[in-house]
Design a protein around this ligand. Structure first.
Ligand code: GDP
Ligand code: CA
Length: 320
């Protein structure tokens, strides 16, 4: 195996499966794979393109969604913390601060821990480790980069929006004409990320929004390079009958000029993946999508722990 993994930069030894993950789709895939692989056999690499300073704190929406889900405390819509209170938001609103971006009190505490660590000279990956360990999450998680990578959206009307402005404040209603991952070209993979990809037996791309959650990870040159050496990269489709479960994935993919349905997912990962897993409802894609990528069909709805476990077992039997 790869010696670099034992280098001073990394405490990660020979991870078997590396998962590239956004928020809700990423977190659900992480939970499913964690039923199939031991904790020391997998590593999750989370998108940081959605990160921003909001209310003065460093929000890492995708990393927190992954950690809350793996800790079993995720909110009813997949993000935030179940049963969280909103006292701070209510008081901020009373003080005249716009609070469209609703951060629960406990969620805010997570962000405060992260912000304090980063502002006192720490890194995002260090802060992620602090939070992961406090939440007793056994699965290893790294941000794609400790450097700033920020997804910016250009609307059809020609305005540039910060990611959370587009997604949360405007409820992803705008038509998108362009997406950039600002800073990605200069960003280094977080310590251990490239080494883990190089050492992995399999790389999995979660059923996350391809242009908004996965492309910002792939836009980091050191990550893209490491992936290009892999023999097996398996993507799980976020689409069901051509539509996202929720969120704008299908619309954004269409506005990026990608074909509809799973052909669009194939095109989004062109030249990178060897296998695509589609839902049983799209099983006809196994025969109709031709080309070098192997198409597999199984139940990919990973909402419940039972669905996650069944998928995990199928995954292990199919790819091990
Ligand atoms: P976000 O960062 O929270 O917006 O989430 P992601 O980018 O990780 O994922 C959004 C995508 O996840 C949507 O396109 C959904 O269709 C997809 N998704 C959510 N839950 C599931 C699931 O259980 N199975 C599959 N296959 N896709 C899912
Ligand atoms: Ca996200």
């Amino acid at each position: 195996m790869n010696d670099a993994i034992q280098g001073p930069n990394s405490s990660y030894s020979n991870p078997f499966a590396v998962l590239l993950a956004g928020g809700v789709g990423g977190a659900r895939a992480a939970r499913a794979l964690s039923t199939a692989f031991h904790d020391d056999e997998m590593l999750v690499i989370g998108n940081v393109g959605d990160d921003d300073r909001i209310y003065g704190v460093h929000v890492s929406a995708d990393l927190d969604t992954i950690m809350y889900t793996l800790a079993g405390i995720e909110g009813p819509h997949g993000w935030g913390i179940a049963g969280d209170s909103f006292t701070v938001m209510d008081h901020l609103a009373g003080l005249g601060v716009p609070t469209t971006f609703r951060l629960g009190d406990r969620d805010l505490a997570t962000c405060l821990v992260r912000t304090r660590e980063i502002d006192s000279g720490g890194t995002l990956s260090g802060a992620t480790e602090t939070i992961r360990s406090a939440l007793h999450v056994p699965t290893r998680i790294l941000p794609a980069s400790d450097d700033e990578v920020r997804t910016r959206i250009k609307t059809r009307r020609g305005e540039w929006l910060a990611f959370q402005e587009y997604f949360v404040e405007r409820g992803h209603a705008d038509d998108v004409s362009e997406i950039v991952y600002a800073g990605a070209d200069r960003a280094e993979p977080a310590p251990g990320v490239a080494e883990a990809i190089e050492a992995a037996g399999i790389v999995v791309i979660a059923p996350s929004n391809p242009p908004l959650s996965i492309h910002p990870i792939l836009a980091v040159p050191g990550i893209r390079r490491a992936l290009e050496t892999k023999d097996r990269v398996v993507a799980i489709s976020p689409l069901f009958g051509g539509k996202a479960l929720k969120g704008p994935a299908d619309r954004v993919m269409a506005s990026m000029g990608l074909p509809p349905g799973n052909a669009g997912v194939l095109a989004a990962y062109d030249g990178l993946i060897t296998d695509l897993v589609v839902d049983v409802t799209d099983a006809s894609d196994v025969d109709t999508l031709s080309g070098p990528v192997r198409i597999h069909a199984t139940g990919t709805l990973l909402r419940s722990p039972e669905q996650a476990r069944l998928f995990g077992r199928w995954f292990r039997e199919t790819f091990r």
